[in-house]
Design a binder for this molecule. Structure first.
Ligand code: HEM
Length: 293
């Protein structure tokens, strides 16, 4: 437990902020990462490193890869990789703002801020569609089994792999659906969050039922809603000991085996997609020893 970046397993905060950075390749990336590791508060910041960053350091993290763009019948899944991902957890927007400025300063000039997304809790655990999200998440030891790398050696154990996708909802399309159609798209009743057997095969929970995969495809989802002006959706964030569970479910959502596309796509679509490796913690600091930092 003490090896794991705390935020991965901790209780949700009311707010969060996601920062992504790209590399200014003419500068010293090692030093910037060292400064970051020495200074960030690992209790409320989760850090993920992208493939391009591990590459520029001349290292390899087995299991890390670049998120591939995908397509299903009529749906696109974009790939928007970045070098570094920071998940700032908190309950005060001002504090999150100042912490993000501090991180930007710590990382400059080697890393250039790419994007910032603010997220929040909606009625504790709802997606902006109104459906409760995270119900079937593994808990306790099962969350650790699903999300955390084990038995791979020092510098890797306690780490995790995270898939991050910003989804943009089409609220007009969603509002034009009847409640029964919305329930069919998710596979749960919005009224009481109960699953129902008569849901169509395209229902999201039928596509994503973790225990129906071989091997089982459990992941730890820590998604939160985002909204900016009049647009909004879900910042989907899922941790795994590898990307296998995410990819199995994504393939099923895209109908790769049976041609049936997840009904979620009728009112929402991903506009970003990236994979990161979240290193472990050692003595309360980010442990970058696998990268010789
Ligand atoms: C806008 C995008 C999405 C929305 C609004 C959404 C919403 C939901 C909702 C309402 C549930 C049912 C309650 C729960 O167990 O959490 C659910 C379940 C689930 N979703 Fe999603 N989801 C989205 C994208 C994804 C993606 C991209 C994946 C993975 C590739 C995924 C994986 C899962 C899994 C594993 C479950 C639990 C299924 C089970 O074992 O019963 N979701 N989602």
């Amino acid at each position: 437990m003490q090896l794991i970046q705390k935020g991965i397993l901790a209780e949700e905060t009311r707010l969060a902020r996601y920062l992504t950075f790209s590399i200014d390749s003419n500068t010293d990336v090692n030093t910037a990462l060292k400064i970051l590791a020495e200074n960030i508060d690992t209790n409320n910041t989760v850090i993920g490193l992208g493939q391009s960053l591990v590459n520029i350091l001349g290292k390899e993290v087995v299991g890390l890869m670049t998120f591939d763009a995908q397509a299903g019948a009529g749906v696109e899944v974009p790939s928007t990789p970045t070098a570094l991902w920071c998940w700032l957890r908190g309950n005060d927007r001002g504090e999150l703002f100042h912490r993000s400025r501090q991180i930007e300063t710590l990382l400059a000039p080697a890393f250039v801020l790419n994007d910032v997304v603010d997220t929040f809790q909606y009625d504790q655990n709802r997606d902006l569609s109104g459906y409760a999200d995270g119900t079937e998440n593994p808990e306790g030891d099962e969350a650790i089994q699903a999300a955390i790398v084990q038995d791979q050696g020092e510098g890797l154990d306690g780490g995790s792999f995270v898939a991050v996708q910003q989804w943009l909802h089409d609220f007009e399309a969603f509002d034009a659906m009847t409640t029964a159609e919305q329930d069919d798209a998710i596979g749960r009743y919005i009224s009481d969050n109960e699953e129902f057997d008569s849901a169509p095969e395209s229902a999201h929970v039928k596509r994503s039922a973790q225990e129906n995969f071989e091997p089982e495809a459990f992941m730890l989802r820590r998604s939160m809603p985002w909204a900016e002006s009049m647009e909004g959706g879900l910042m989907f964030v899922a941790f795994g000991h590898s990307f296998a569970a995410f990819e199995a479910i994504q393939n099923k959502m895209l109908g790769k085996d049976d041609g049936i596309v997840d009904a979620l796509y009728s009112f929402t679509r991903p506009i970003t997609g990236a994979y990161y490796w979240c290193p472990p913690i050692k003595a309360g600091k980010l442990d970058l020893s696998w990268l010789d930092i």
